[in-house]
Design a protein around this ligand. Sequence first.
Ligand SMILES: Nc1ncnc2c1ncn2[C@@H]1O[C@H](COP(=O)(O)OP(=O)(O)O)[C@@H](O)[C@H]1O
Ligand SMILES: [Mg+2]
Length: 284
Amino acid sequence: MKFQGTDNYVATQDLMLAVNAAITLQRPLLVKGEPGTGKTMLAEEVAAALGMPLLQWHVKSTTKAQQGLYEYDAVSRLRDSQLSGIEGSEKVRDISNYIVRGVLWQAFTADQPVALLIDEIDKADIEFPNDLLREIDRMEFYVYETRELVRAKHRPLVFITSNNEKELPDAFLRRCFFHYIKFPDADTMKRIVDVHFPGLKAELLGAAMKTFYDVRNLPGLKKKPSTSELLDWLKLLLAEDIPLEVLQSQDQKVTVPPLVGALLKNEQDVSLFEKLVFMQRHNR
Ligand SMILES: Nc1ncnc2c1ncn2[C@@H]1O[C@H](COP(=O)(O)OP(=O)(O)O)[C@@H](O)[C@H]1O
Ligand SMILES: [Mg+2]
């Protein structure tokens, strides 16, 4: 099992190395990086390339670790007990009918090895990663209600992503293989764009990339635009048929790009950029 990138996903050498290291070590791959640098997509593409089904767990601020294992649906049980006659009471008596299996349980008991994505783990509270340590380590957990031990038939290939909003506990980090997806350099970015817009005219791409990196490198931005923003913006440029001249300024000065709302997502950043353009125009 070796991951080598796919037709839809551009993986740099060090990213491929990291994926394969995690596979070899049988440890979760913890992927960090700015939003929009392809963390979620990595899991989807690795799973597809290795022919594994992908189970996804999208973490929110309210997500609890237990939900990934199982939940006991007491409400349904109560309702059933009130509504059911004699024949229904059989079901009510057996608590296992009201145990709802979470993603980890599904991953552990799948018939074939699967990939498991725990997406944006930093969204949940600090206890969340700690609460999953044992399950991730031992690949088993105990269901108290039914007194059964759920153990992984096959070790799932685990991807964990983080946007770095919170620090993760040391004990958790120790169990992962870590990779930071650096923001793509211009060459890698060209390859990524080519995947999404094959045959894009080189001049347009060059001009758009220059503008994009100009915007991105502006010091003091609150939110730098990332890969997915560049792709959105290119899509708009093509859809609106924006002529090349609009992107290229004659005098090498920065201009406010058309459809800048695809790149900059808050008013401070837009006004910062406008200020820069204004200053450049006035003190040449
Ligand atoms: N290496 C890459 N190859 C191809 N497309 C990419 C790559 N990185 C990012 N993208 C594009 O950017 C979008 C956002 O990626 P996503 O995985 O959602 O980012 P993240 O999870 O890091 O926020 C993807 O849908 C894809 O279109
Ligand atoms: Mg994501």
